[in-house]
Ligand binder design. Structure first.
Ligand code: UDX
Length: 432
């Protein structure tokens, strides 16, 4: 099929490249010319394992095109995906869908024959209606359908998530569109993905409800971890014991720092604002947002306790600063609260992240990026493991720290407490 992705951000670029890899002819459109030129050289603007190779192969095979020519991309394509950003409005839970509206306006200028317009951006319920209205100002209703097809890609796992999705959700008010979308996703359905159709608004809500539920699951286990710490029970046992119940499921039950990233914080707030509009009180989601924000503070207090309130002039190492492993994304990372706290308390902080130094942490004389684990850890008083990169999982701390009495605070429970105890390392973790 011939398709076009408008927006080469995370969702647009990964989905477009993967659709090309399935044999489709895909136009990836972005108004940012520099980005388009880089993509033509197979340089991905985002960090995603495996993506550069996939871009290069499909670009060479002439299945994947990068362009800023929206008119050409639309006229050549049968299906047009909207994949632009939908951030929260400043200091508000409201979702800013201005980019979606502006793309809808542009699309309306170039439709000459029938198109399916697919919204993949995460948007408040009834945005599909608004897109339809905008396009219908210029184009006859029989010339297009607007449908919703939310994306569930995780950063760092996006290619796998695209190729082996649990489900493909298509929301449309015109049943005829389901057939075409099923055809597009056929190779994935054949491998076992569930193809589920619903109304357009239904699909829009499924996305928010899914992310809010996962955020709730994480927040729940994080609170149980707090209880485990108070009683002296191992949270890992609780996660396994609970997760073995098929009704609960074992995934997303890992206790850790506050959840972060580009989706959960944004989408939980977005869902509350949607519910407010329809005068419905989502008290659980509101509590989740509050609990997750509190968690960032709670963990800084725990660090203070581990250090007996003596952080000033202590050498502190933070391993991993992104919101999770296998990404370079800093959005809503708990390190954005953690590191400023340590600096405020007079700590001398070094950090190492496999995805490189971060602009967010540039200007501070007491904060330094180190090029490897070894340099970051030598001589430290406290090592905080903030994310779960593989290279953090089997460090010989005694050998590299070269100091007695250093402490480790493992926020991802990567190590076995008994083994570190045997080595006489002061080791603290989450919920155990
Ligand atoms: C998420 C959703 O998983 C994806 O379906 C959606 O489309 C986009 O948002 P992503 O933001 O890439 O994906 O990250 P994810 O792997 O879901 O993790 C989100 C946050 O939860 C991270 O901060 C992570 O560290 C945390 N987390 C996740 C836990 O603390 N414990 C877990 O068990 C799982």
């Amino acid at each position: 099929m011939k398709i076009c992705m408008i927006g080469t951000g995370y969702v647009g670029l990964v989905s477009g490249t993967c659709f090309a890899d399935l044999g489709n002819k895909v136009y990836c459109v972005d108004k940012d010319k520099i980005k388009i030129n880089k993509l033509k050289d197979a340089i991905s603007p985002i960090y995603e394992p495996g993506l550069n190779d996939l871009i290069r192969n499909n670009y060479k095979a002439k299945r994947l095109y990068f362009t800023d020519d929206l008119e050409k991309a639309i006229s050549e394509s049968q299906i047009i995906f909207i994949c632009v950003g939908t951030p929260n409005k400043k200091k508000s839970n409201l979702v800013d869908i201005s980019q979606v509206h502006s793309v809808a306006k542009s699309i309306s200028k170039y439709i000459k024959n029938y198109k399916i317009i697919v919204n993949k951006s995460t948007v408040p319920v009834s945005t599909g209606d608004q897109i339809e209205k905008i396009i219908a100002k210029k184009v006859k209703k029989s010339m297009f359908d607007v449908i919703s097809n939310p994306e569930f890609l995780r950063e760092g796992e996006a290619i796998r998530d695209f190729k082996y999705p649990d489900r493909i959700i298509i929301g449309s008010n015109n049943k005829n569109t389901f057939k075409k979308m099923k055809l597009l996703y056929e190779p994935l359905i054949r491998k076992g993905a569930k193809f589920f159709t619903t109304s357009r608004k239904g699909a829009e809500l499924i996305k928010y409800a899914s992310n809010a539920f996962l955020a709730t699951k994480i927040t729940f286990i994080n609170e149980i971890a707090n209880l485990c710490e108070s009683i002296g029970i191992n949270i890992e046992d609780i996660s396994i014991g609970m997760g073995s119940d098929a009704r609960i499921g074992s995934r997303f039950l890992r206790a850790g720092p506050a959840y972060g990233g580009s989706c959960f914080p944004k989408d939980t707030k977005g869902l509350v604002s949607i519910a407010d509009k329809y005068r419905t009180n989502l008290s659980i989601v509101k509590s989740v947002i509050k609990s997750n924000n509190n968690r960032k503070i709670l963990l800084t207090k725990r660090i203070s306790k581990i250090m007996n309130n003596k952080i000033r002039n202590k050498k502190i190492t933070v391993l991993g600063v992104t919101f999770k492993a296998n990404t370079d994304d800093m959005r809503e990372s708990s390190s954005l609260v953690l590191i400023p706290y340590l600096l405020k308390k007079g700590g001398l902080v070094r950090y190492y992240d496999p995805s490189g130094p971060k602009d967010e942490f540039k200007k501070n004389k007491n904060l330094k990026f180190e090029k490897n684990i070894h340099k970051a850890c030598i001589g430290s008083d406290l090592i905080i493991i903030n994310t779960e990169w593989d290279e953090f999982k089997s460090i010989d701390f005694k050998k590299i720290v070269k100091k007695s009495n250093f402490k480790i605070y493992d926020m991802r429970n990567l190590y076995n407490p008994n083994q570190l105890k045997k080595k006489k390392i002061k080791y603290y973790s989450v919920g155990r």
